[in-house]
Write a protein that binds this ligand. Structure first.
Ligand SMILES: [Zn+2]
Ligand SMILES: [Zn+2]
Length: 343
């Protein structure tokens, strides 16, 4: 069975062609993929930064929605026709992290769509245990945002943010914006720092106080909003050396600083500030099942500006152009309509 798919073939190129599909084996489910969102990780793959991890030619994509088209022999809890998304993590179940209950940071984690084939294909076969059914009232377009939203839900949950607190979000890309949305949904005040004017305007529209970190003075704004105390929580989402060093500066005494961005190289942090203010520094990586469920709940409730976040939807044939557009400009989220063909 030939399936149309977008594959990363190396040399910064995405190619749309046919791959061989297979019916679901025991314990597996086949999903007719509807939409797949492209994220920063996918851009890193296509830029060649993850070539040691990705087996080329690679079908990538891990932010998706779709309809179950077939189920394997011993799958009981799912049925064809069901709208679903996928939590793209496969863990070993045996390592120390797994045994401690932290399967999402399994020491042998397989991130599906990076380490194994992803969703940018007409039909995607995955283990049934990864499938998360969607409730009524959430469109398949919006459901393609569940995965990145679950990242933001996890980050906010790690921070232990509560209503009435102030959160600083450094970086207004898709994940930073989603953290701001989730933090506000939890009842926090949000100050978001972002140099790009379009992204700042987006955050302001969602109710965040915005600061241009180049022209403006983030520290002064945070001080003013917190009567000089500093923010309860700071999220570092920009991933630069400067922002990593700056993050601890905005947290109050015993505040929490969450490092969300991926820093591939070691970067300096202000250990004296951590000592002086008794700060708590937290890492946050991917999500757990409860974060996925909460993300679905937030999207279904209308608390997330999903339509505004989706800059545009392109057919699978135009997947390569979508990657180029994301690399060139400050688009939020581009979805690939995986069943769509160029008009
Ligand atoms: Zn992603
Ligand atoms: Zn494990």
């Amino acid at each position: 069975m030939a399936l149309r798919a977008a594959r990363y073939i190396g040399d910064q190129r995405i190619e749309v062609g046919n791959v061989e599909g297979k019916p679901p084996a025991a314990g597996e489910v086949a999903i007719r993929v509807a939409y797949n969102g492209i994220c920063g990780t996918d851009l890193h793959i296509v830029q060649g930064h993850m070539d040691t991890r990705v087996a080329m030619p690679a079908v990538i994509g891990h932010e998706m929605s779709g309809i179950i088209s077939a189920i394997g022999s011993d799958v009981e809890s799912l049925t064809p026709g069901q709208p679903v998304t996928v939590m793209p993590l496969r863990w070993c179940g045996e390592c120390a992290s797994c045994r401690a209950g932290h399967q999402h940071i399994c020491q042998r984690l397989d991130f599906v769509g990076i380490d194994s084939p992803g969703a940018l294909q007409e039909q995607w076969t995955v283990p049934a245990s990864l499938v998360v059914p969607l409730p009524e009232g959430i469109s398949l377009e919006h459901a393609a945002l569940v995965e990145p939203l679950a990242v933001a839900v996890h980050d906010v949950r790690r921070s232990r943010l509560v209503a009435g607190e102030t959160a600083v979000v450094i970086g207004g890309g898709p994940i930073g914006q989603l953290i701001a949305v989730v933090a506000r949904a939890e009842g926090a005040e949000v100050v978001l720092a972002e140099p790009d004017a379009v992204r700042r305007a987006f955050a302001a529209q969602q109710g965040a106080i915005v600061v241009d970190p180049i022209e403006g003075d983030l520290a002064a704004v945070v001080e003013e909003r917190t009567s000089g105390a500093g923010a309860d929580v700071v999220f570092e989402v920009a991933g630069t050396r400067g922002t990593a060093l700056d993050a601890t500066r905005h947290a109050r005494t015993r505040g929490r600083v969450v490092f969300v961005a991926i820093h591939p190289e070691p970067v300096p942090v202000d250990l004296h500030r951590i000592f002086w203010r008794e700060l708590e520094v937290l890492g946050a990586r991917v999500y757990e099942r409860e974060d996925f469920e909460r993300a679905i709940e937030l999207l279904a409730s209308g608390a997330v500006p999903a339509d505004a976040l989706i800059t545009r939807v392109v057919p699978l044939d135009d997947a390569s152009e979508a990657f180029e557009a994301l690399l060139a400009a400050s688009a939020m989220k581009i979805l690939v309509d995986v069943q769509g063909v160029r008009a």
